[in-house]
Design a protein around this ligand. Structure first.
Ligand code: NOJ
Length: 605
């Protein structure tokens, strides 16, 4: 090692500039080891900070239907109450008074929210809008660089009343069946906790919308809680004025931020009145259809003027998958169809309608796509997953024969007249996709299972596996789903071909709960990459499906806009934002920036 000259040493000590230490060595020779030490080093400055911005959009108000003042009578006579304002708690003479309302809640103990007024949003500090470090990789680089999402592509994030609102027993909300079947804090579930407060979106919705708008998110998908609108649930019981005002303001707030509301009428929160022993959301209850349609009419007369995209039911096909109650789907299909007919024929609205079918247990694919057996069994699996509901709604077709032949009288079936009535009552194909898996035959054969209703694989009688050729289908999340992007185009093409609609496919939910995110601190959760990979890989396949496979798409909505109550627990973090469970303060995760950047980077400027 050469000696430092005195002059150089002084430079070093005086610290006159970053990197001067390397200048102190004399006459470098390129070939010697000394060259390493003699190359001048200058600390580079960092790239300029990039900030997320709200989307520049023309604020034109689209009117989809006449206002409530002109539609009111279509919902039939309704009386309205605001329970919070009922003066006397001793009103036992009143069938729907405070005493009656309290008795609905008699068997529940519910935590009260920390505050009970709507929070006025504060501007999002610019420090929170700083984008994360650019990705070290580029999804779709070269393949989809020039592909753009259609101008009317609806994209954004979703939540659901039962999971995000909290304020469960507040402002007149009645209990739902979910409070009973899931309970407040199911024992034995990791991260178990009640939905009583969750992220308190009921009072923080303005903040939630402001936070999404600040990042340029286009659509906010939420559900209206039937037991808020009608605490007692059934026709003739009073409408809760505070709930009507709440959702009215929620919709107005979304529009004020130039975002688009996507509204689901039912997301697993059927009022307690419809509790029955055979279907987990009361679908089998004899009064379910009339009850739902009455509720839907109240909602639609109030809000049809401002909402362009409506969804009747969230994942009603889970009922059969979970409880084996296939017949109850008939009620759901009829309730859906009556609602859409009411909207089209009486409200005469210009909005679009759909229903969200679940593929949460996994979109089935043939284990060996060259095997006709595996293909047939995959079709069979799809018949039982979605076909029994999709056939009547999209095709005006009877329940698939595989379902009828296996379930016999337990299978839903429709008269010709009903099929005509139901046919075409969805303008677009709504689907939630979280994972995929492979289908092959059972070792003992399909027929042996079909003939034995106590077989564990009955009634699908297929063999489902996540593994093919020594590899799991994809990376594993904290919940059971795995990544599925490599099959996305096949899945989209299948749905587009089998159930074509004028409006196209909307992936009404897709998302990712990062492995063990609940054990991470906030910074770890905010910066992790797997949720970005899960979202972007699917968005990229959507682009290819649109341009290379001719698949019509309406949009794609990430689940969820914030971590939330995942049906009994807070352990699966699906959100693109975290929240502090003491202050309820939200923080963006990097995945929301990456999602937005991917879409805006593939949008017409
Ligand atoms: C779909 C359901 O609609 C939603 O409620 C749930 O949180 C997500 N799947 C994630 O499991």
């Amino acid at each position: 090692m050469r000696q430092l000259s005195q002059a150089s040493f002084l430079v070093l000590l005086s610290g006159t500039g970053t990197g001067t230490i390397f200048n102190v060595f004399a006459t470098p020779t390129k070939t010697s080891l000394d060259a390493v030490f003699t190359t001048a080093f200058t600390w580079p400055t960092y790239p300029d900070l990039q900030y997320a911005t709200a989307l520049p959009r023309p604020s034109e108000t689209v009117i989809y239907a006449r206002p409530y003042s002109e539609l009111e009578s279509l919902a039939g006579p309704q009386k309205t109450t605001a329970w919070a304002s009922i003066a006397s708690p001793v009103d036992s003479d009143d069938e729907f008074g405070n005493v009656a309302w309290s008795s609905l809640w008699a068997s529940f103990t519910v935590d009260s929210p920390p505050f009970t007024t709507t929070v006025t949003p504060t501007p999002i500090p610019s420090s929170q809008l700083v984008k994360p470090t650019p990705l070290p990789f580029s999804i779709g680089k070269g393949e989809t660089d020039d592909l753009k999402f259609p101008r009317d592509f609806e994209w954004g994030f979703a939540g659901a009343a039962m999971q995000v609102e909290g304020a469960l027993k507040t402002q007149g909300r009645g209990p739902s069946i979910t409070e009973v079947i899931i309970g407040r804090s199911p024992p034995g579930i990791v991260g178990a906790g009640p939905p009583d407060i969750s992220v308190l979106n009921y009072f923080l919705y303005k903040e939630d919308i402001a936070r999404l708008a600040a990042l340029g998110v286009k659509s906010y998908s939420f559900s209206i809680a039937w037991p808020r609108i009608l605490p007692f649930g059934y026709p003739g019981s009073p409408v809760n004025q505070e709930a009507i005002d709440h959702y009215d303001d929620l919709i107005n707030t979304i529009l004020e931020y130039d975002m688009e509301p996507i509204v689901t009428l039912h997301h697993f929160d059927t009022p307690l009145h419809y509790l029955d022993n055979s279907s987990w959301q009361g679908y089998a209850h004899p009064e379910f259809v009339d009850g739902f349609v009455n509720y839907a009419k109240i909602v639609l007369t109030h809000y049809a003027d401002r909402v362009g995209t409506w969804i009747t039911f969230n994942e009603p096909n889970l009922d059969a998958a979970l409880l084996g109650n296939w017949n109850a789907s008939y009620h759901v299909v009829m309730a859906h169809a009556r609602t859409v007919h009411f909207y089209r024929d009486e409200i005469k609205g210009g909005g679009k309608w759909g229903i969200k079918l679940a593929l949460s247990s996994g979109f089935p694919l043939p284990l060996d796509p060259k095997s006709s057996d595996d293909i047939a069994l995959t079709e069979r699996q799809l018949d039982f997953l979605i076909g029994y509901m999709a056939n009547p709604i999209y095709l005006g077709a009877q329940t698939p024969s595989s379902v009828i032949e296996t379930l016999k009288s337990e299978a839903p079936s429709y008269t010709e007249e009903e099929l005509q009535y139901v046919n075409g009552t969805a303008d677009f194909f709504g689907v939630d996709i979280y994972t995929a898996n492979y289908v092959t035959s059972l070792a003992e054969g399909t027929e042996a299972c079909i003939g034995n209703s106590s077989h564990p694989s009955f009634p699908t009688c297929t063999n489902i596996t996540a593994v093919r050729e020594n590899w799991r289908i994809g990376a594993e999340s904290n919940a059971s789903p795995s990544t599925w992007y490599q099959h996305a185009r096949t899945i989209f093409k299948y749905l587009h071909t089998k159930y074509p609609t004028a409006g196209g496919i909307i992936i009404a939910e897709f998302g990712w709960s990062t492995f063990h995110e609940a054990d991470m601190n906030q910074d770890q959760a905010r910066t992790e990459f797997t949720s970005t990979l899960a979202f972007l890989s699917v968005l990229n396949e959507i682009l290819k499906a649109i341009y290379e496979d001719g698949v019509k798409f309406k949009g794609a909505l990430g689940w969820a806009y914030v971590d939330n109550w995942e049906w009994g627990q807070y352990n699966d973090h699906f959100g693109v934002q975290t929240f502090n469970n003491v202050t309820l303060e939200r923080s963006y995760k990097r995945s929301i920036f990456d999602f937005v950047d991917f879409i805006t980077g593939h949008s017409e400027s």
